[in-house]
Design a protein around this ligand. Structure first.
Ligand code: HSE
Length: 432
């Protein structure tokens, strides 16, 4: 074979954590990985520490202390960024590689969600591919699904479970009755969680990922700042149990919906009916619904993290570079990308789960339901269930669809009733 596809591509890998190790293993285990006849060689590696004990030998690989030097080295044809973080060395190295006209493959969701538009502009100006399949859903191909396979359709919504750590924690809390903090510590021991667990449990990791998917789905620039974010750190076992009694399971759902008013990007704990595929995706799995105007609904489920799956997604992007596939970084050329108009979350309409902890005395239920009725909130189901050690009696209800601003005003009034003991809890019922 002739042309660029037949050459040996010297890959520079910056970051030798879980995914970096997975990529080195993949490349050594698969010598036959030679897309379009080209071959892969390691042009150099870089990490925070050269001497840290690792499960593989890097002594024979060219070492670079500085990832920027690796990214711009004449020994490197393609730069793979696996350092992580929206700024700092990851951003500096990616910018340097693109400025030098070198293709970049990254797994860095924070970088793409927060700086994707400017990096796309630089990449397209320099004629260098910038690819990030591994940034969203690890080994499950959500990015190529939207950027390539579904680009012929108009996407209406994207919604799913994009953080494996949160999914693992919620699944274990329900299955074992253990509280949040205990299960988080276990997720960290198992290596699911990010270095800073706030990124996972605070919903920020899922928000980075859904911001990228929204950009790909709707042909806009990523707009992480417009995402409304709530994590799982406030989810209590009591709500997990009560939601289950009502036929629901609590999941951290990330969604992006397009309407004539603009785009609403949100991450929050949501109730999914027990039989729904999102409720069935347990443990560290990721799952995603994509709805196109013509194609209808597509459901993807698979591993969203882990060395092997994520490295396979990085390798798929390396294959795209080697085969010469050229596409805009997002859906349209970077110069034409605009930030979408965010929809004010208070204007969004949906069903909700409300839980109040009240003193068990006459007239409380009437007062709660009257307040909701006065506000125009229609109750769909209602449950009062004595729970041992709850410190009061939980009243739980689900509502019919209602504007969020109306619902929040009603909740505030209920919180002020003398019989209401604790802060009311509001969870949305997923629109899936
Ligand atoms: N911490 C992430 C998760 C890993 O739990 O999904 C990959 O982004």
């Amino acid at each position: 074979m002739t042309g660029p596809a037949a050459k040996t591509w010297r890959v520079g890998i910056a970051g030798l954590g879980t995914v970096g190790a997975g990529l080195l293993n993949l490349l050594s285990d698969r010598p036959e990985f030679a897309p379009a006849g080209g071959r892969v060689a390691i042009g150099g590696v870089s990490a925070r520490s050269r001497s840290r004990p690792r499960p593989f030998d890097i002594s024979n690989l060219p070492w670079f202390d500085d990832p920027v030097a690796l990214a711009t080295s004449s020994e490197v044809d393609l730069f793979v960024e696996l350092i992580g973080g929206s700024d700092g060395p990851a951003k500096a190295a990616v910018e340097a590689a693109l400025a030098a006209g070198k293709p970049v493959v990254t797994a860095n969701k924070a970088l793409i969600a927060e700086h994707g538009a400017e990096l796309a502009a630089l990449a397209e100006q320099r004629g260098a591919p910038l690819l990030f399949e591994a940034a969203v859903m690890g080994g499950t191909p959500a990015v190529k699904m939207l950027r390539e396979a579904m680009v012929g359709d108009e996407i209406k919504s994207v919604a799913g479970i994009l953080n494996g750590t949160c999914n693992y924690i919620l699944t274990e809390m329900e299955a074992t009755g253990r509280p949040f903090a205990e299960v988080l510590a276990e997720a960290q021991r198992l290596g699911y969680a990010e270095a800073d667990p706030t990124m996972d449990v605070g919903g920020f990791d899922a928000a980075h990922k859904i911001s990228i998917l929204a950009a790909l789905a709707f042909g806009c620039a990523p707009n992480f700042a417009a995402a409304e974010i709530e994590g799982i750190d406030q989810v209590e076992l009591l709500d997990i149990r009560l939601a289950r009694d009502l036929g629901y399971r609590i999941k951290l759902v990330a969604s992006a919906d397009r309407s004539p008013d603009g785009v609403l990007v949100r991450v929050h704990p949501s109730l999914a009916p027990l039989s729904h595929p999102l409720a069935q995706a347990g443990g560290a799995l990721n799952a995603l619904f994509i709805e196109g105007a013509r194609i209808g609904r597509i459901f993807l489920q698979g591993p969203g993290a882990g060395a092997g799956p994520t490295a396979a997604a990085v390798a798929a992007d390396i294959a795209d570079v080697m085969t010469g596939a050229v596409r805009p970084v997002f859906q349209a050329p970077a110069a034409t990308l605009a930030a979408f108009t965010p929809v004010e979350p208070s204007k969004s309409v949906g069903r909700a789960y409300l839980r109040f902890l009240v003193r068990d005395e006459p007239g409380v239920i009437a007062a709660v339901s009257e307040t909701l009725a006065e506000a125009g909130v229609s109750i769909e189901s209602f449950l009062q269930k004595p729970v041992e050690d709850a410190g009061g009696v939980p009243i739980v209800l689900t509502t019919h669809a209602v504007a969020e601003s109306v619902l929040k005003a009603a909740i505030e009034r209920i919180a002020g009733l003398p019989a209401v003991i604790d802060r009311p809890r509001l969870l949305r019922i997923a629109r899936i």
